[in-house]
Design a protein around this ligand. Structure first.
Ligand code: ATP
Length: 454
C-alpha cells in the first residue's frame, strides 16, 4: 500500500473543496442563489467535526482545568465597547481598487492574489505589466466591522456592530465573572462563539470568511508576571500540544514569534501557530502577551473599576493578560487538509481522511454483508450508537461501502456476515491499514473504546 499526503498544491485544495461538498462537510452558503462570498454552511458531517473540535477545545481549556471558567456572551454589545477597544478607530485593512477590472483588494495581499481578469498574474504584476502601476488607486483604510441598527429607528444613535472577536466581552464582564467564580489570579476566562469581519478578500475556502467561529481565552495574571514570560510560554506550549493531540502532523506546524515591529504598542509578545496549508503556511492561532491594555481601556471608557484586589497581599491592580485566539473554521480546515491522503489498496486508488477518532464525524460504521443480515446489524448499530458516533450502511458492494467510509474518515467498519449469526462475532476493519480482525460481539464495545483511546 503506497500513501501520499496531499501535496502543497492548488489541485489538492480543489480536490478537498470538492470532497467537502460531495460528502456534505461544507457547502457554499445560499448556493441556489449563486452563493454569497465569504459565507459557508456546514453539512451533516461538517457540523459533527466542528462540534467535536469545539468539545475537545472546551475540555482541554475549561473542563479539565480548575483555573479557567467559561462564558457565552452576546454577539452585539454596547457600541462603546468597540470604541474603548480601539476597533472603531483602527480595526481596518488597507484597501486598493483596480481601475481596469474594478476588483477591490487588500493592499497587503496584492502580491499573492490572482488578478480576476488574468488569473495567471498577481494583481500587483498585472498592474505593473498592463498599463502601469497607476491602474491601482491609492491605499485607503476600510473598517472590517459589520454595522447594524438596534431598535426601530435607524440613525447614528442606533448604530451597533456585530462583534469582530469574542474576547472583548470577557474584558467587560471580568469583574462579574471573577466575583461569581471566586477565581484568584492567575485564572482564565474562555469563550466559543461567532465573530464577523467584512473581509476585503475572503479566500482559500473557509480559511478567511466573513462569518466564522472563534475559541478564545484570556488568562489574567499579575502585571509583573508578564515580565517573566512564564505564562506566555506555558500557553504557547499548551496550545501547540493541543494540535498534536488532534493528530495534526508535527512537521506541518510552525511557531512564529512576531518581530518587534509587528507587535501592537502595548503587546509584550505574540506567537502564531501556523500550519502548512496546500495554499501555503498561514496563521492558525495567535497567542499574545497583551499587558493590561484591554482592561485599562475599558476602565477608561466605562468609568468602572475593573481592577483586582489580592486578598493575600492586599494589593490592588489591573491584571495583565495572555490571550489565545483560534478560529474553529480554521481548525476544521487544518484537520481536514491534514487528514486527506490518497493511496492504493489492491491496485485501486482510494481517497481517505485519516481523522483522529475523536475528530471523525463517524467513528464506527456497521455494514451487513447481505441485506438478509439487516436485522442483526441494525441491532449492533443501535447498541453502539450510545457510545460512538455510528452509521449503518447496506447499500452497494462491501468494497464500495468501505471506500465511502474511508472517504469521510470513519476509523472502524464492523462487518456483520453469515458467520456472525452462528458464532456472535464480527469483522472489524481498520481504516488506515485496512487490516481486519475478528471480534466477539460481547467484546466489541470495549475493543472499539480501547482502539479509539489509543
Ligand atoms: P489576519 O491578519 O490574517 O486578518 P488576524 O491576525 O487579524 O488575521 P486575529 O484577530 O488574531 O486574526 O484572529 C484570531 C484567530 O481567529 C485567527 O488566528 C484565526 O484562526 C481566526 N480568524 C480571524 N479572522 C478570520 C476569518 N476571517 N475567517 C476565519 N477565521 C478567522
Amino acid at each position: 500500500m503506497t500513501t501520499s499526503r496531499a501535496g502543497a498544491s492548488r489541485a489538492a485544495m480543489d480536490e478537498l473543496i470538492s470532497l467537502a461538498k460531495r460528502r456534505g462537510f461544507v457547502f457554499p452558503s445560499s448556493g441556489i442563489y449563486g452563493g454569497i462570498n465569504g459565507f459557508w454552511d456546514f453539512g451533516p458531517l461538517g457540523v459533527e467535526v466542528k462540534n467535536n473540535l469545539k468539545k475537545l477545545w472546551w475540555d482541554h481549556m475549561v473542563r479539565f482545568r480548575s483555573d479557567v471558567v467559561g462564558v457565552d456572551t452576546s454577539i452585539i454589545a454596547h457600541p462603546q465597547t468597540w470604541v474603548s477597544s480601539g476597533h472603531v478607530k483602527s480595526f481596518s485593512d488597507p484597501l486598493v481598487d483596480c481601475k481596469v477590472c474594478k476588483g477591490r483588494f487588500r493592499a497587503d495581499h496584492i502580491d499573492s492574489l490572482p488578478c480576476p481578469n488574468k488569473p495567471s498574474l498577481t494583481v500587483q504584476a498585472c498592474a505593473k505589466e498592463g498599463k502601469g502601476e497607476g491602474e491601482l488607486t491609492d491605499i485607503r483604510q476600510f473598517n472590517l466591522m459589520f454595522q447594524t441598527h438596534v431598535g426601530a429607528v435607524q440613525d447614528v444613535s442606533s448604530v451597533a456592530y456585530l462583534r469582530p472577536e469574542t474576547c472583548q466581552s470577557i474584558f467587560t464582564q471580568f469583574k462579574n465573572i471573577q466575583g461569581v467564580s471566586r477565581q484568584k489570579i492567575p485564572f482564565g476566562i474562555a469563550q466559543i462563539g461567532k465573530s464577523f469581519r467584512n473581509e476585503v478578500t475572503p479566500r482559500n475556502f473557509i480559511f478567511r470568511s466573513r462569518e466564522f467561529e472563534q475559541m478564545e481565552m484570556e488568562f489574567f495574571i499579575k502585571p509583573e508576571d508578564s515580565e517573566s514570560q512564564k505564562w506566555y510560554e506555558y500557553w504557547i506550549d499548551q496550545r501547540y500540544q493541543w494540535f498534536l493531540s488532534l493528530g495534526v502532523q508535527k512537521n506541518k506546524l510552525r511557531l512564529r514569534p512576531h518581530a518587534p515591529d509587528e507587535l501592537a504598542h502595548y503587546a509584550k509578545g505574540c506567537t502564531d501557530i501556523e500550519y502548512e496549508f496546500p495554499f501555503g503556511v498561514s496563521e492558525l492561532e495567535g497567542i499574545a502577551q497583551r499587558s493590561n491594555y484591554d482592561l485599562t481601556q475599558h476602565i477608561q471608557g466605562s468609568g468602572k473599576d475593573l481592577s483586582y484586589f489580592d486578598e493575600a497581599t492586599k494589593e490592588k491592580f489591573v491584571p495583565a493578560v495572555i490571550e489565545t485566539s483560534l478560529g474553529v473554521d480554521r481548525t476544521f480546515l487544518t484537520v481536514f487538509c491534514d487528514a486527506y491522503a490518497e493511496d492504493e489498496v489492491d491496485g485501486e486508488k482510494r481517497a481517505i481522511l485519516r481523522f483522529h477518532p475523536q475528530v471523525a464525524p463517524i467513528q464506527v460504521a456497521i455494514l451487513p454483508l447481505s441485506k438478509k443480515l439487516k436485522e442483526g446489524a441494525i441491532k449492533i448499530e443501535e447498541d453502539l450508537r450510545r457510545y460512538f458516533r455510528s452509521d449503518y450502511d447496506e447499500a452497494g458492494s462491501i468494497g464500495k461501502r468501505y471506500r465511502r467510509q474511508d472517504e469521510v474518515g470513519t476509523p472502524y467498519c464492523v462487518t456483520y456476515d453469515f458467520e456472525s449469526l452462528e458464532n456472535q462475532s464480527v469483522t472489524v476493519r481498520e481504516r488506515d491499514t485496512t487490516q481486519q480482525e475478528r471480534v466477539s460481539l460481547d467484546q466489541l464495545k470495549n475493543y472499539l473504546s480501547d482502539k479509539m483511546q489509543a
